[in-house]
Every structure is written in structure tokens, then in C-alpha cells.
Ligand binder design. Structure first.
Ligand code: NCD
Length: 404
């Protein structure tokens, strides 16, 4: 029980594989209580602090807390709070901690949830920190695979869409890799998965996603053609015969510098009715939602289009997570598995402070909340590089800078 009580979830790396599975076991139980009100969280308050738009994430957290029997105090629009007067994340969470027992935060700055967790003395959950991470979406994505496929290990998944700015796929790629998945990346030119994430997937988890720019390309290059010698080309509509799950995302318009840059980046990777007609009977079409035009409305009723069920799983998963972090329910941690991922307690991580070095990522929280001392880690798999301890962007080790 104490294993998760009082902990934060700011990154998918904060929980071990077994802790993730323990949350899922609890979510199975919570699935029976997604109507009505359990008396589990009596007297407990969740504060949802959202600096960016949200429908599913905020409301499913709030629904989860209410279903557990707790209460919610919510900031859905920070322009009506002291944030508008320039209040920092560190001060805001130190106020909220005396009003609530757990904080759920979404903020456009990368590394912002980590700052909230460092300053608040109550559990902090990251509900999306810019394009960096969205670990609870990953929990419900993995849970969807486990529920719909009956297994979580060794699945074959394509991540499709904006893999550069999409935070859900950044957390999910690692979640999948940790459970032995084969991952394929399909992204229009310019929206590929960032190189430092690919390097980490490879070096730490032995996961080397094949990279494609379109669904047509993937099918033409893949087993569909190999299976049928003589065929030079395969149809893009056969893509759903290749994977256990195809996880589609929208292009993250709000992260582009300009409307022109956004328009230049969009590619075509819509899942069509024709694709679903040809799909494997057990294929899953997933999407964190909201969709723009990546999923034809005509596929919604097909049982393989699981995105509405996926969003619904957000409630039992967040019920399980909140009750575990609040220490309301015991979680049963399974047996250790060889080579499984386990997080290092933060105090054991050897962060280095470098005088006068700032993170090179303009959207990193350390470049906006100036009371923060930048911190960096050496990157095991990229000698000579350092990575920001907040947003994880890598940069070359500055020459001649002594570490303190
Ligand atoms: C995602 C997000 O906010 O990152 N939505 C969600 O939380 N379900 C995906 C998106 O906005 O595209």
C-alpha cells in the first residue's frame, strides 16, 4: 500500500512496470463502480489546475474523484486566477496544497508538472506538460490494450500522426517499449518522433521503431507485399491487417509557431471505412481524442474502433490512480520480472548544476519560471551530451563549464 501512497506521477518513468500493472488490477476492480459513489475518498479533495484546454482529462479525473466519494475544486481557466497576475507554479501549488489532498496539473510548459511536484507536499499528477509527457493518458492507453486484447506484453503497435508535438505518443512509446511491444512510427515529414526519444527507446529498452511518412508507404514496404509475391504495391487500406493496434493522433496545431507552419506540416493519414472493412478481426483503432479529420465518422460503430471505450477507461484508471496515491486502497505489486524498468528515487539521481547554462528548449519551464536553477543529467547513451532534468531535451555539454 505504502508503495504508491504519497507518490507523484509526473512521467511514465515514475512508476515501475509492476506498479503500472498493480494500478491496472485496481482499475479492473474500479470498473465495477463507475456509476454511483463509493465511500472510499470521504473527506478527500482533488484540485484540478488546468492552464490549457481539456475535456476528457479534466472531467474524467473529476468524475473519478466524485465516484470514489471525494470532492473536487477545479481551475479550468487560469486567466481568472492569480496566474493572470503573474503567480508562479511553485507559489500556486503551495497555496493549493493547503486546500486539497492531491493536485492534477496541465500546463503548456515542458517540465512544469515536475516543478509542481517538487514544490507541493501532496501528490501531483501530470495531466500534460506541453509536448513533453501525458503519463495518465498512457496508463489508460495501455489499459485499453490490456482490456481489449487480454494482454499487454509483446503487442505490435503503429503510432500515427504528429509524433513530434504529441505528448501522448511520447509517454506511450516508452510505456509500450517497457512491455516488449514492437513499435512502428508513421509521421508526416517534419512531425517525426524526436531523435532524443528514439535514442533513448533504443539504448534503454532495445526498441527501434521502423519509420514511415505515410500509411501507403508502410503497407508497400511491409509484409503485405512480402506475403503476396508478384505484388509490387499494396493498398494503404490494408494497414489494419498489420498491427494489433493503430494509435492515431491529430496534428497539434497549438504547438506551431504560425498557421503557415501548421498547414505545411499536415499529412494525410486518415483511417477510412475501406481500411476498417479490410482490417484484421482483432485490430484496434485507438486515438486519445479529440480528432480533427484522422478518423472517418463512418468507422465509429465498428467494434474495432475503440477510442470512445478508451476514453471511458479513463475513469476507472484514474479512480485507481487517485486512490493508490491517496493511500485509500492497497495495491498488490506482483513478482519482479527480469530486466523490468524500476524508477530511481529522485534523491539518488545525480543531477548536475552548471553555472550559467540554460536549457536550450524555449518551452522548458526553467526558461519561464526564473526562480528555478537549471539542472542537467549526463546522458548515458549519448556521451558528451547533457539532458535537462525538467524537460529532458538534450544539448551538447558546454565546453569548459565546471559542474558544481
Ligand atoms: C490529448 C492531449 O491533450 O494531449 N488529449 C487528451 O488528453 N485525451 C491529445 C490531443 O489533444 O491531441
Amino acid at each position: 500500500m505504502a508503495l504508491l501512497e504519497g507518490r507523484d506521477l509526473t512521467s511514465i518513468f515514475d512508476f515501475s512496470d509492476r506498479e503500472i500493472e498493480a494500478v491496472f488490477d485496481l482499475a479492473d476492480e474500479m470498473s465495477k463502480h463507475t456509476r454511483g459513489r463509493l465511500g472510499l475518498a470521504d473527506g478527500k479533495i482533488m484540485s484540478t489546475l488546468f492552464y490549457e484546454p481539456s475535456t476528457r482529462t479534466r472531467l474524467s479525473f473529476e468524475s473519478a474523484m466524485l465516484r470514489l466519494g471525494g470532492e473536487v475544486i477545479s481551475v479550468a481557466d487560469t486567466t481568472v486566477t492569480s496566474v493572470k497576475k503573474g503567480e508562479t507554479i511553485a507559489d500556486t501549488v503551495r497555496i493549493i496544497e493547503s486546500y486539497a489532498d492531491i493536485i492534477v496539473i496541465r500546463n503548456p510548459l515542458e517540465g512544469s508538472a515536475r516543478v509542481a511536484a517538487d514544490y507541493a507536499s501532496i501528490p501531483v499528477i501530470n495531466a500534460g506538460d506541453g509536448p513533453h509527457e501525458h503519463p495518465t493518458q498512457t496508463l489508460l492507453d495501455l489499459y485499453t490494450i490490456r482490456r481489449e486484447k487480454g494482454k499487454l506484453r509483446d503487442v505490435n503497435v503503429a503510432l500515427v500522426g504528429d509524433l513530434r508535438f504529441g505528448r501522448t505518443v511520447h509517454s506511450l512509446a516508452f510505456g509500450l517499449a517497457r512491455f516488449g511491444a514492437k513499435v512502428t512510427c508513421v509521421a508526416p515529414r517534419g512531425l517525426e518522433m524526436p531523435a532524443h526519444l528514439l535514442a533513448r527507446l533504443d539504448k534503454e529498452f532495445g526498441c527501434r521503431p521502423a519509420q514511415y511518412q505515410s500509411l501507403a508507404e508502410i503497407v508497400t514496404n511491409a509484409e503485405v507485399v512480402k506475403r503476396r509475391p508478384g505484388r509490387q504495391r499494396a493498398l494503404a487500406s490494408e494497414v489494419l491487417t498489420l498491427f494489433d493496434a493503430v494509435y492515431v493522433t491529430r496534428v497539434q496545431k497549438e504547438r506551431f509557431e504560425s498557421e503557415e507552419a501548421y498547414r505545411a506540416a499536415t499529412g494525410s493519414y486518415a483511417i477510412t471505412e475501406e481500411m476498417i472493412r479490410r482490417a484484421r478481426p482483432d485490430a484496434l483503432v485507438m486515438h486519445p481524442l479529440p480528432r480533427v479529420d484522422e478518423l472517418a465518422y463512418g468507422i465509429d460503430r465498428d467494434p474495432r474502433a475503440v477510442y470512445f471505450r478508451q476514453a471511458a477507461y479513463g475513469v476507472p484508471v484514474r479512480m485507481a490512480l487517485a486512490s493508490a496515491l491517496l493511500g485509500l486502497r492497497a495495491v498488490r505489486i506482483g513478482k519482479a520480472r527480469k530486466g523490468e524498468y524500476k524508477p530511481k528515487p529522485r534523491r539518488e539521481v545525480d543531477f548536475r548544476k552548471f553555472s550559467n547554462v540554460r536549457c536550450s528548449n524555449g518551452h522548458c519551464v526553467t526558461n519561464h519560471e526564473t526562480y528555478l536553477a537549471p539542472q542537467f543529467n549526463f546522458v548515458d547513451y549519448a556521451p558528451g551530451a547533457i539532458a535537462c532534468a525538467y524537460c529532458e531535451h538534450e544539448m551538447p555539454m558546454p565546453a569548459g563549464v565546471p559542474s558544481e
